[in-house]
Design a binder for this molecule. Structure first.
Ligand SMILES: N[C@@H](CCC(=O)NCCCC(=O)O)C(=O)O
Length: 269
């Protein structure tokens, strides 16, 4: 039986009357059905009350990207500039979900906004427009960019630590990769400002922006990336390998090989 993989939804106004809907991009459904090898389950932005009931039913969790931004109140940041998209219902759902998932060992893959939520959930903070900071690149891609693959195409390289999860995943998959430069796409304005205490950085953009992290002493698979592997896994083996590694962790969770389960079974014997 395939793993059940939760996919975080945004709460967005839709249609003529701007009716609130819970939505996630098809790209997350497709990568879950594809290289992850799981069954996608959309998780509504229904607040913290959702967490105790949904978490035990999941075998993995993907935190999705979004144009909206984590509210600065969650990291004592300055108010957003007028018109900056926010999604308080999503924040109220994903931040407690992240803490509970990590504590339980549930496999977690955090992408872009999800990467930023991971940092905030564990006590870090965000810069809100890194392109306005001295010496920093513009990591955003014009949302009106309609040329296929330009908006989601490779935008810059990242330097990758040789002792992190990315290195382990790509080396175990026997993929060719260069620690000094892995090409990634880039669709974000915000970025990690203060790194959360338990997060370990393992990839950096040329301007020093942290682009990937893992959680020190996490009982399970936890990986966060600022870029979007869901946009190019079909042609990019490194992106595909990230989903396959996450999928293997979710499959093990589904089969009951949860971290510590052997000890619990023996203790119960
Ligand atoms: N809003 C945050 C996070 C950026 C992000 O998740 N981008 C994805 C946008 C939707 C898409 O094109 O897939 C920021 O701006 O940093």
């Amino acid at each position: 039986m395939r793993a059940m993989v939760g996919i975080s939804c945004c709460n967005k106004p839709f249609g003529l009357f701007g009716t609130p809907n819970h939505a996630a991009s098809d790209s997350y459904v497709r990568c879950t059905l594809g290289p992850v090898g799981g069954v996608p389950v959309l998780l509504p932005a229904a607040g913290e009350a959702l967490v105790p009931d949904i978490l035990p039913r999941l075998d993995g969790l993907i935190l999705t990207g979004s144009r909206s931004n984590v509210h600065p109140d969650h990291y004592e940041g300055p108010a957003h500039a007028e018109g900056t998209p926010e999604d308080p219902l999503r924040d109220a759902t994903t931040l407690p979900l992240i803490r509970a998932a990590i504590a339980s060992g549930l496999p977690l893959l955090a992408i872009c906004r999800g990467f930023q939520e991971l940092n905030v959930a564990l006590g870090g903070s965000l810069d809100q427009r890194i392109q306005d900071l001295p010496g920093r690149l513009d990591h955003s891609t014009p949302s009106d960019q309609k040329l296929p693959k330009v908006r989601t195409g490779k935008a810059h390289a990242v330097r990758v630590a040789t002792d992190g999860m990315l290195a382990r995943i790509w080396s175990q998959a026997a993929l060719p990769w260069r620690p000094e430069g892995v090409a990634v796409n880039s669709l974000h304005n915000q970025g990690i400002q203060r790194l959360a205490p338990r997060l370990v950085p393992e990839a950096w953009a040329p301007d020093g922006t942290i682009e990937a992290v893992h959680v020190a002493d996490a009982p399970g698979f936890v990986l966060g990336v600022q870029w979007h592997p869901e946009y190019d896994w079909e042609e990019d083996a490194l992106s595909r390998a990230l989903f396959e590694a996450f999928g293997a962790a979710a499959a093990a969770w589904a089969e009951g090989r949860r971290p510590g389960s052997e000890a619990r079974r023996l203790a119960a014997a």
